[in-house]
Design a protein around this ligand. Structure first.
Ligand code: CMC
Length: 429
């Protein structure tokens, strides 16, 4: 871990920049002074080579297929941890002791209800609205209800807002679902754990007893853990950028939800399941694989490929195992979609195009089948991703606010538009 320098020859001059080494991962050339010393910007659309911040939360080695939260491998957390333990780890940096965990669970469960007035907010939406559209609106509206946790300069308020967001997201997500299907809202039940409470709010109805299946609750818990954080992806960077202006945390998380909705990001789980259903039968796989490889066809295999992973997404492995557990528990022996998925994965992993481009299944490839088996409609898939990712977003937001070097995010550009010219009156154009 030795820091060194990098030299840049530019217009006859040599400039030196500090090279910084992280704990693990690639070195970083610190070019913060580049513009001041050379008068030039860097150009990196899509940030493929740019570190936008320094962070201690999550590390990904995309070539090796490794994902660590605060140093702990994702498979160990998913196997042995529970979701609130992972939340604590992301927020505070260490796994909690028993006393810390009990205290944290208590603080989160005390905040699971939403202001009663918020339930009326939902009725302003059309019933057929996409639940992600509802989530963007309702989560953004939290800042209109919880004024006492919007002062970002107060560490106590920052933590209260963080806990509120983790605690209320399942309630809001379940309300969006219930509103969508025309059933009454079900209030949180604090004696249940995080995942079981969520399943209860989604699937219980007032007219009969609903017992949460512990195997399904554990699967839900694992899905939440797998989605909890993923370093500086598009939605997390959106949250950081929104937060860099001093916007309140509820507004920042709403911005993250909006970004996550896109099909290249969190919307891919919905798109992957729709694709599997469109393929319908293993016989049609070659046709779709050929389309994915055709440069003139915009079609892509959804649930394949990743900006960072150039190896099997470590989350996808755990997800695949969870899918089999859920289908086994529910006694679903023949799921045509699972057959299509397994065969598609087999073909893609042996096909030259996918091998050469290092396109492996990502987490979204199997999560859709599991969520469908759990009883969720496809429109809820990205909502569940948002629910789980909220802790990652808020941990990254807190880290940014608490970083003394934090500045408002303000990228530069390579301007290629018209140079200065004079206004022409309309009659002369
Ligand atoms: N199917 C077919 N070809 C693909 C695919 C795919 N799913 N993904 C990438 N390629 C090709 C692409 O056409 C390009 O080929 P060429 O070099 O010949 O132009 C090459 O692979 C590199 O692709 P890229 O678009 O430059 O790579 P990227 O890093 O910008 O995009 C991605 C990453 C995830 C947006 C992309 O792989 C994709 O669109 N995948 C499908 C959507 C998906 O599953 N998204 C979920 C990501 S995981 C969940 C999350 O973290 O949000």
């Amino acid at each position: 871990m030795t820091d060194s320098t990098a030299k840049l020859e530019f217009r006859g001059q040599t400039h030196e920049f500090k090279v910084r080494a992280g704990t693990v991962g690639p070195d970083v050339i610190d070019i913060a002074s580049l513009y001041a010393t050379t008068g030039a910007f860097t150009y990196d659309p899509g940030f493929t080579s740019t570190a936008s911040c320094e962070s201690e939360i999550t590390f990904i080695d995309g070539d090796a297929g490794i994902l660590l939260h605060r140093g702990y491998p994702i498979d160990q957390l998913a196997e042995h941890g529970d979701f609130l333990e992972v939340c604590y780890l992301l927020l505070y940096g260490e796994l909690p002791t028993k006393a810390q965990k009990d205290d944290f669970d208590h603080r989160v469960t005390r905040h699971t209800m939403v202001h009663e007035q918020m339930s009326r907010f939902f009725t302003g939406f059309r019933r057929d609205a996409h639940p992600m559209a509802v989530m963007c609106g309702v989560v953004g509206a939290l800042s209109a209800f919880y004024h006492d946790s919007t002062d970002i300069s107060d560490p106590h308020q920052r933590m209260v807002a963080s806990i509120r967001l983790i605690a209320k997201m399942p309630t809001i997500a379940a309300m969006a679902y219930k509103y969508h299907i025309g059933q009454p809202f079900v209030y949180p039940k604090n004696e249940l754990n995080f995942a079981a409470n969520f399943l209860h709010m989604c699937f219980a109805v007032p007219c009969e007893e609903y017992k949460v299946n512990p195997v399904l609750a554990r699967a839900m818990e694992r899905i939440f853990i797998l989605h909890a954080d993923h370093e500086q992806n598009a939605s997390t960077s959106t949250v950081r950028l929104a937060g860099s202006s001093g916007a309140n945390p509820f507004a920042c998380i709403a911005a993250g939800i909006a970004c996550l909705w896109g099909p290249a990001h969190g919307g891919a789980n919905e798109a992957a399941l729709n694709m599997l259903s469109e393929i319908g039968h293993v016989d049609r796989i070659p046709e779709f694989v050929a389309r994915a490889k055709d440069k003139n066809d915009p079609f892509r295999l959804m649930g394949f490929g990743h900006r960072v992973y150039k190896n099997y997404d470590p989350r996808a492995k755990i997800m695949q195992k969870t899918t089999h557990e859920v289908l086994g528990e529910l006694g679903i022996k023949d799921d045509p979609m699972l057959d299509v998925a397994m065969e598609l994965e087999r073909i893609a992993l042996t096909d030259e195009y996918f091998i050469e481009k290092k396109l492996y299944p990502n987490i979204d490839f199997y999560s859709g089948i599991t969520l469908k088996a759990l009883g969720f409609p496809t429109t809820m898939f990205t909502v569940l991703f948002a629910l789980a990712r909220t802790v990652g977003w808020i941990a990254q937001w807190k880290e940014m606010i608490e970083d003394p070097r934090q500045k408002i995010g303000r990228p530069r550009q390579l301007y290629t538009g018209a140079a200065e010219r004079d206004y022409l009156p309309i009659a002369k154009r």
